[in-house]
Design a protein around this ligand. Structure first.
Ligand code: NAI
Length: 331
């Protein structure tokens, strides 16, 4: 039998945490034959709620769940974890300046980076979900220099899945038949959802999305803004931000990273830029990637038209500014 993997979820008493931990305990993240031990971290004001989540996990009697650690101690939370999903963070409240929110998150990610570096299992894979996700991941990377940069990522899979969902709705095809959308850049409204290389499986073979949709104005306009603004639309409808879709996307992200992407399919992940596609090196930027043997590789050589180039540069520009702001909060 396989040894259990310890999976850390920070902010586990929150909304996404509540949707995510049962998925992990059911094997949605690491597969139906991989036992897990859940490590849940939150802050003292949420300790009682966190303990309630632990009680429910016990009550759910998940066969794959071999243990639950619920704690407000970051060292205990990080010890021995092979996967870390960082959902905890400081939300932007009404009237708060961007810089103040950034200062709070920079200090959280700086200290959690050190704890992971010292106490996580070797080769621990880290996924940052909490916003600003790309920049939080960058801070984590900078303050955990012994964790290889290829092990630190941020979540843009939700945006990727939203793009697939919009195409599937528009064409009235199954979402599982749509693939190879790309989210470029920041997990923010400056992201560029790109379907220039996306395809749909049809009875007569794989067809480009553009050829099937036959409406460039929609693809270059409303499609992009719908995906960019989907988070806000969910908040408007639910009075709460996306949680089940975010949790599901976090499972997709880790599952594909660990178990591999299907042949001929790529997914979007926020990863450390090596300068591919002329994206400035040293940003955490969402790229199309394939995964094999537990490692991601940026898909190379895709032709980029002028329209795409501008949008890819604009979101890179925003990330450079966020990076500068984050550094200004450190000093
Ligand atoms: P939430 O407010 O319901 O939960 C956040 C939890 O984090 C709370 O329980 C809070 O006590 C905890 N927390 C705060 N500081 C912490 C710390 N230092 N250590 C550990 N835990 C801490 O928020 P929700 O809805 O679960 O969202 C979580 C984050 O995910 C937010 O930053 C949100 O913006 C982001 N998000 C990102 C998405 C993505 O696609 N990348 C999608 C949806 C949300």
């Amino acid at each position: 039998a396989k040894q259990p993997v310890r999976v850390l979820v920070t902010g586990a008493a929150g909304q996404i945490g509540y949707a995510l931990v049962p998925m992990i305990a059911r094997g949605v993240m690491l597969g139906p034959d991989q036992p897990v031990i859940l490590h849940m971290l939150d802050i003292p004001p949420a300790a009682e709620a966190l303990n309630g989540v632990k009680m429910e996990l016990i009550d759910a009697a998940f066969p794959l769940l071999k243990g639950v650690v619920a704690t407000t101690d970051v060292v205990e939370a990080c010890t021995g974890v092979g996967v870390a999903v960082m959902v905890g963070g400081f939300p932007r409240k009404e009237g708060m300046e961007r810089k103040d929110v950034m200062t709070k998150n920079v200090s959280i990610y700086k200290s959690q980076a050190s704890a992971l570096e010292k106490h996580a299992a070797a080769n621990c894979k880290v996924l940052v979900v909490a916003n600003p996700a790309n920049t939080n991941a960058l801070i984590l990377k900078e303050f955990a220099p012994s964790i290889p940069e290829k092990n630190i990522s941020c979540l843009t899979r939700l945006d990727h899945n939203r793009a697939l969902g919009q195409i599937s709705e528009r064409l009235k095809v199954q979402v599982c038949d749509v693939k190879n959308a790309i989210i470029w850049g920041n997990h923010s409204s400056s992201q560029y959802p790109d379907v220039n290389h996306a395809t749909v499986k049809t009875p007569s073979g794989e067809k480009p999305v553009r050829e099937l949709v036959k409406d460039d104005a929609w693809l270059n306009g409303e499609f992009i803004s719908t995906v960019q603004q989907r988070g806000a639309a969910i908040i408007k409808a639910r009075k709460l931000s996306s949680a089940l879709s975010a949790a599901s996307a976090a499972c997709d992200h880790i599952r594909d990273w660990v178990l591999g992407t299907p042949e001929g399919t790529w997914v979007s992940m926020g990863v450390y830029s090596d300068g591919s596609y002329n994206v400035p090196a040293g940003l955490i930027y969402s790229f199309p990637v394939t995964c094999r043997n537990g490692e991601w590789t940026i898909v190379q050589g895709l032709p980029i038209d002028e329209f795409s180039r501008k949008k890819m540069d604009a979101t890179a520009e925003e990330l450079s500014e966020e990076k500068a702001l984050a550094y200004s909060c450190l000093s």
